[in-house]
Design a protein around this ligand. Sequence first.
Ligand SMILES: Nc1nc2c(ncn2[C@@H]2O[C@H](COP(=O)(O)OP(=O)(O)OP(=O)(O)O)[C@@H](O)[C@H]2O)c(=O)[nH]1
Ligand SMILES: *[C@@H]1O[C@H](CO)[C@@H](O)[C@H](O)[C@H]1NC(C)=O
Ligand SMILES: *[C@@H]1O[C@H](CO)[C@@H](O)[C@H](O)[C@H]1NC(C)=O
Ligand SMILES: *[C@@H]1O[C@H](CO)[C@@H](O)[C@H](O)[C@H]1NC(C)=O
Ligand SMILES: *[C@@H]1O[C@H](CO)[C@@H](O)[C@H](O)[C@H]1NC(C)=O
Length: 571
Amino acid sequence: MPYIKKTSHNVCKGSGRCAKLCFLPLIILFGCTALVFDLANLGRGVKVQQEQEMQHKLAGLNCDAYGGPSEEVAQELVYWEDIPSDATYVSPFKKRNEGPKQYLTFEPDGGGWNNVRMNMETVLAMAYAMGRTLVLPPEQEFYLLGARKGKNGDSQQRQFSFNDFFHMESIRNEHPGLDIITMKEFLEQEAMAGNLRNQQNGSVVFPPQNQTDWNGVGRRPRGPLWEFLRSTTGHVAIWKPEECMAAFPTSPDPQATQRLWDIKQQVEQEHEGSFPMPSAYIGKPVPVNASAKERMMENWSRRKTLCLYDNTLQNTQFIHFPSDYRLGARLLVHFYAFLFFEDWQQDLHMKRFVRDHVRYVDRIQCAAARVIEALRERARNNPAVAGQNPKGEYDAFHIRRGDFQYKVTRVDARQIYEVSKSKLQEGQTIYIATEERDKKGFFQPLREKYDIVFLDDFRDVLGDDFNTNFDGMVDQLVASRSRTFFGCWFSAFTAYINRLRGYHSTHERAPGYEEGIHNSWYYAPEDRYDQMQTYYPILNYNPGHAYIEREFPTSWRLIDTGIGDLPAQVE
Ligand SMILES: Nc1nc2c(ncn2[C@@H]2O[C@H](COP(=O)(O)OP(=O)(O)OP(=O)(O)O)[C@@H](O)[C@H]2O)c(=O)[nH]1
Ligand SMILES: *[C@@H]1O[C@H](CO)[C@@H](O)[C@H](O)[C@H]1NC(C)=O
Ligand SMILES: *[C@@H]1O[C@H](CO)[C@@H](O)[C@H](O)[C@H]1NC(C)=O
Ligand SMILES: *[C@@H]1O[C@H](CO)[C@@H](O)[C@H](O)[C@H]1NC(C)=O
Ligand SMILES: *[C@@H]1O[C@H](CO)[C@@H](O)[C@H](O)[C@H]1NC(C)=O
């Protein structure tokens, strides 16, 4: 296949960002710690924005606490649903009051924000599927989300936890089947209580320097914490999404585990030793309620084996997911492209769980809603389409530049214009999400044809104290509501916009929703132009390569099928 990068990509994103991580060997650890330990930040932590919690409503979106807009305007951002019967779901593997609590710890991905998000969604989904308490990593500065000063010149928050981006607190509160705690809580409750043992010699060990608060500690100095977790957890999961499918049997019954192995074997026997090629399913999805065998076949994506949540793992108290290219461990995958459920209802439930709960926080949603309100106003009054655009419809691009390493996507605006012009009308208002700084020069060819605007044109409605580290997320949400969208292949940032557009098209029953298709295209590379216009099964375009290229319709298509019939419910 074309546009394939060497496998090193799925390990380290080009520019050597993670090449210098100081993880494994202890000697290096000490060297590194001494060098980069950021004492100023130690333990400083930034408090969780509690007011969000008070305002947060499960259904709908209320922006009163964030400077508007009205509930009516904000409503168009809402793709999530409040499904009470979903919220009561409890994994069949959750130990209910028997034996010690089970945990899942993980190291966040070291890539850009959207890689971090993908990784977090995946571990969150696994914790829920396993019935384990998810331990959130300490607050940290994320790659490229560390701008110190806002537009008004004031210093702004740049140490973040997942709480700052998603309603983690509400997710926990709303789901009896899912517990989420901070690393500090975990270290206090389990490690300091002497419940962690060195796996090699069995002796009780405590965290380095008995430190339980790792908030604000720079990325590299957290090495000793990860090393501690890796050496004390019963199972360090090196699960490679390119090679295995994380498979969940219907129940703890050993026969269920065996059934999944049997299905795999049976398929291989019937297909001369391997699974059918994914191309067999292009334009031909199997029904969402199909048998486990049929669904496994469609989603196999040329993998080799199953990472099965078998009885041994079900009984392991601590499972840790490292993120380290030297271990070949990087969970850079869409949760739904990795987790496979024997039971189709559990599969769809997990997709709804992520759609309905793992969404950007109200602060970000409301900022986007204000931008959209102003943007629609501008589009409505755009003289080029005077009177013909009562809804203020706009089109959008995500033009990925910056640190992006895929040369085939580095096309100039003239080419972008040529590729996209047949879907757009001259003079229209077009929103461009981009991190390209040269707004004047680079986009000139598009400016000559359209009324183009950027997030920076809406600083007044964002408010000059809006944390610019959230700009990218606002850009994604604004682009998710455009009429036509052009994105960049290979970009996890673009990919998520397409997932959001899929959620909206499902919510609105827009044309094509039953096939999982919506009005989205790619400006580069050219042969990917219309890949969103046909149903594509989960597909690793280049075996061994991470799943960042695009998102797949299976994450939004018909996922509301069978609500209320879930097998394991709280009494
Ligand atoms: N504001 C804004 N920032 C962007 C945009 N595209 C990329 N960025 C910036 O680039 C950083 C990295 O982009 P991400 O897409 O999150 O990086 P990634 O997770 O490696 O995903 P890829 O897009 O696949 O590279 C983001 O954190 C943003 O700071 C955009 O359209 N708008
Ligand atoms: C077990 O290993 C840990 C970590 O290497 C060490 O600190 C501890 O002293 C060891 N205990 C015994 C009894 O050897
Ligand atoms: C850490 O705490 C444990 C338990 O309270 C204690 O036994 C141990 O000596 C402490 N270690 C250090 C380095 O302070
Ligand atoms: C696999 O394929 C089916 C049919 O399209 C889909 O409903 C299901 O959600 C897919 N994904 C997984 C992980 O099973
Ligand atoms: C799947 O859904 C279709 C349509 O709703 C229904 O006719 C069929 O019986 C279902 N199949 C299974 C296995 O539940």
